[in-house]
Design a protein around this ligand. Structure first.
Ligand code: CP
Ligand code: NVA
Length: 327
């Protein structure tokens, strides 16, 4: 069936069919090959895009900017708008819709991307909220396809850590849609919400995906992908002390990779990561509070299993695909 995504927003992968996700991944692979031989077609010439940020970012901002510029679009980076303070979200969305052909939003509430989409009249792309990160998952699926020589629906991905965070949920949606095997491996306190889990299991019934939850590290057996993320996401930094207690047994180390019994298991992370003490945050936590906040050892992060920088690169190719497909 023909896929036409023109005008569609990417608020969550739950709004996309497996065929539409497949289309975006194929397009991303094509655009990556085109860029490598210097053949960007500038298909977004004359388009204007605004990048609206409430939270900090390295990859998402830069990936949107480079992707837009590669394809000839103009961008505005906006991190100090009046939205929500001196002007309502609705009014801001209506104004931005008059200037721009597409809006990227990164911030706290999922409701904000939904309202931007409702009132702006142009495609809105979710660049991360408290509960979702769909553009990251497209990059992750693309990276899995590059590194694992079997189709997505034969891949077992284990997400280790805070399975209630944006990455835990976004990966669960992506895996459910693409017929994959997804396991949230976390202490019970951090298991995904029951209702959301059920919703994904129902999607899995149609796509062939299996969606599981465990607190037993031995269940990493047969994993093709071990995925983790920081233990306290943006906006909940004060929870780090409690998370260190809960998640230290789930730190990704070589023993965990070995327990998969898969020599070719890959390690993935959306980044940024605490894998050493070379960041101010990890260093201060260690020196001032005696906390080791690393969610992965440096050994794993730098090992042959780690594909984290391919993932980071693929943010750009997949975001480009999303813009090209929807504008
Ligand atoms: N992975 C990711 O979204 O990175 P940034 O927070 O740097 O954008
Ligand atoms: N869970 C992390 C993801 C960062 C890309 C956060 O929200 O901070």
């Amino acid at each position: 069936m023909a896929v036409n995504l023109k005008g569609k927003s990417l608020l969550t992968l739950l709004d996309f069919t497996p065929g539409e996700i497949r289309y975006l991944l194929d397009l991303a692979h094509d655009l990556k090959s085109e860029k490598r031989v210097g053949k960007n077609k500038k298909v977004l010439e004359g388009k204007n895009i605004v990048l609206l940020f409430e939270k900090t970012s390295t990859r998402t901002r830069c990936a949107f900017e480079v992707a837009a510029l590669d394809e000839g679009a103009h961008i505005t980076f906006l991190s100090n708008s009046q939205m929500g303070s001196k002007e309502s979200l609705e009014d801001t969305a209506k104004v931005l819709g008059r200037y721009y052909d597409g809006i990227e939003f990164r911030g706290y509430k999922q409701e904000t991307v939904e309202l931007l989409s409702k009132y702006s009249g142009v495609p809105v792309w979710n660049g991360l909220t408290d509960i979702d990160h769909p553009t990251q998952v497209l990059a992750d699926l693309m990276t899995i396809e590059e590194h694992i020589k079997k189709p997505l629906n034969k891949v077992k991905l284990v997400f280790v850590g805070d399975a209630r965070n944006n990455m835990g949920y976004a990966l669960m949606y992506g895996c459910a849609k693409m017929g994959m095997s997804y396991m949230a491996l976390a202490p019970k306190e951090l298991w995904p919400d029951e209702g959301i889990l059920e919703k994904c299991k129902i999607i899995g019934k149609a796509t062939g995906a299996t969606i599981e939850v465990s607190d037993n590290i031995k269940d990493v057996k047969d994993a093709d992908v071990i995925y983790t993320d920081i233990w306290a996401s943006m906006g909940e930094e004060e929870k780090m002390q409690e998370r260190v207690k809960l998640l230290t047994p789930y730190k990704v180390d070589m023993d965990m990779l070995k327990a998969t019994k898969n020599e070719d298991v890959i390690f993935m992370h959306c980044l940024p990561s605490f894998h050493d003490f070379e960041t101010q945050v990890a260093k201060e936590a260690k020196e001032n509070k005696g906390l080791d906040i690393r969610e992965v050892t440096d050994e794993v992060f730098r090992s042959r299993h780690s594909v984290v920088f391919d993932e980071a690169e693929n943010r750009m190719h997949t975001i480009k695909a999303v813009m090209v497909a929807t504008l």
